[in-house]
Design a binder for this molecule. Structure first.
Ligand code: HEC
Length: 475
């Protein structure tokens, strides 16, 4: 297929049905907290006692609290309320050994704190940094490590260092409008994760462009993550008509839809860079898929969406392209490096690679965002772009975590963004562990009452897999 304009390039790329999220295994906070407490006390009777040296001068109030405030309090505070609080010295001290482990990279989920999974490696380092990268820099990590090694001293609250500003940003601009969802109630008896799709009506009188998006979680204790989909035909309206939302286990369940933006709690708004906008026609809708993780208490959520619009055509248009396999029909696709896509039961280090030659007949097309996606068997995913035989890595996720999916956005000007040329080859390389050694899979199988893994193909169900990157392009 050789489309005639950049717009149709994008549309051709988007032809495959969009993927969504399936039911994921979630960690049990109570259980992990008690593990942490055990590890914390083990740590304090060991290396922490009687240590002298540089680390002993590093204290909570003077050195560590400002770092924790700016990198952790968005979630670990009374206000952030996504997990236990790290505001007080006593809590921070108790968690300190595990804190270092999670900051530096852990063998167990959550693999990284703060939860940001696009991480450079020896084999894969993109040319540009990421926007809103919440990670600690080397000096900050060194400070935390020295503090823990030196016994996690409190220091003097009277001379505490100043706390830098913290918390998620707010979408700004005078054309921001908020679309509220119909809301959803979870009864206390609901135990299973729920995927609800809300049909949001931008009520546009004329073609407009989205230049920014912000998810406004209603009840953060149950909103696990949110994926926004385009709904070009507006078909979601009828599906949501009865209850105000519908169950959407796979994708958005509407024709010609693509992922617009994936948001995880604590995340910043999506700022579409360089004055670009995503076009939306009157009558088109946005589907907001909310993944609810019940807590055992009744909850009523009314998650909303703030959208910044431009009524003028921006200098550049942004679109989403789907590269990879998302539906069962793609199992035998010749785009797989070695078709069919099949992850044998028990395979521990199985790789599937989607290899697509891109058609870009003219125009300067750049990649500005990437949303890599797999399900529960996946363990790592890497996206590369090959131009005239030279391969560049454009998105490394060396540890895949279904619970912390997000759209990764490059931090750079248009001219710095990776360019796509006609004939370039984009590869999505996915690694899977289809054995009971994969704790995420083991838990998902247990929920379904299954005691052994089976062969896995491409598809939209929980125990199917995907290997896909939703690539934001602009021109
Ligand atoms: C975007 C929100 C967010 C940010 C930012 C964040 N955390 Fe977390 N953290 C969580 C959530 C939620 C959990 C509970 C486990 C999960 O859901 O993955 C968690 C769990 C943890 C755990 C316990 C892991 C376990 O095994 O039980 C530690 C330790 C931790 N975080 C430390 C930190 C530190 C230190 C920072 C800052 C450097 C930080 N977190 C930043 C959301 C966040």
């Amino acid at each position: 297929m050789r489309p005639a304009s950049p717009l149709t390039v994008a549309l051709a790329l988007v032809l495959a049905p969009a993927c969504g999220d399936d039911k994921g295994a979630s960690s049990d906070t109570a259980a992990t907290e008690s593990t942490a407490a055990t590890q914390a006390s083990a740590g304090s009777t060991g290396e922490g006692t009687g240590t002298t040296g540089a680390g002993a001068d590093v204290t909570w109030y003077q050195d560590v609290r400002p770092i924790i405030a700016s990198h952790c309090w968005t979630c670990h505070s009374q206000e952030g309320a996504l997990s236990f609080s790290l505001e007080e010295y006593s809590a921070a001290q108790a968690w300190s050994p595990l804190m270092v482990e999670k900051i530096e990279g852990s063998e167990a989920t959550p693999y990284y704190m703060p939860p940001f999974f696009a991480r450079e490696s020896a084999s894969c380092t993109p040319a540009l940094p990421w926007r809103d990268d919440p990670r600690l820099d080397a000096a900050e990590i060194e400070t935390i490590r020295a503090w823990v090694d030196g016994g996690a001293a409190e220091g003097d609250p009277a001379t505490a260092a100043e706390i830098p500003p913290w918390g998620p940003e707010v979408l700004s601009g005078d054309t921001v409008t908020t679309i509220t969802s119909a809301g959803y109630s979870l009864a206390a008896s609901v135990k299973e994760d729920q995927y609800r799709c809300f049909s949001l009506d931008p009520a546009l009188a004329a073609k407009s462009w989205i230049t920014g998006l912000q998810v406004d979680p209603g009840d953060p204790s149950v909103v696990h993550h949110v994926v926004l989909f385009s709904d070009p035909t507006g078909a979601s309206a009828a599906k949501a008509a009865g209850e105000g939302s519908y169950s959407c286990f796979g994708g958005a369940g509407v024709p010609d839809s693509s992922v617009l933006y994936a948001w995880a709690p604590g995340g910043n708004p999506l700022e579409i860079p360089d004055g670009a906008g995503i076009p939306v026609e009157p009558g088109q809708r946005v589907v907001m898929q909310v993944h609810y993780h019940p807590t055992g208490e009744a909850a009523t959520d009314k998650t909303g969406l703030s959208v910044r619009w431009s009524s003028q055509k921006p200098a550049r248009e942004a679109l989403m392209a789907i590269i990879g396999g998302v539906v069962a029909g793609q199992t035998n696709s010749s785009e797989w490096e070695d078709p069919p896509f099949l992850i044998p039961a028990g395979a521990k280090d199985h790789v599937e690679t989607w290899r697509e030659t891109l058609s870009v007949p003219f125009g300067d097309i750049r990649i500005w965002s990437i949303f890599p996606h797999m399900h529960l068997v996946g363990t790592s995913i890497e996206v590369t772009l090959e131009h005239q035989g030279a391969e560049a890595c454009i998105a490394p996720l060396p540890k895949w975590d279904f619970d912390w999916q997000r759209t990764y956005v490059y931090d750079g000007t248009f001219n710095e963004l990776p360019r796509v040329y006609d004939g370039d080859v984009m590869k999505v390389r996915c690694t899977y562990n289809n054995s009971l050694d994969n704790p995420v899979l083991a838990q998902a199988l247990a929920v379904e009452g299954i005691d052994a893994p089976s062969d896995v193909g491409v598809g939209e169900d929980t125990l199917d897999e995907m290997c896909v990157a939703i690539v934001g392009i602009m021109y």
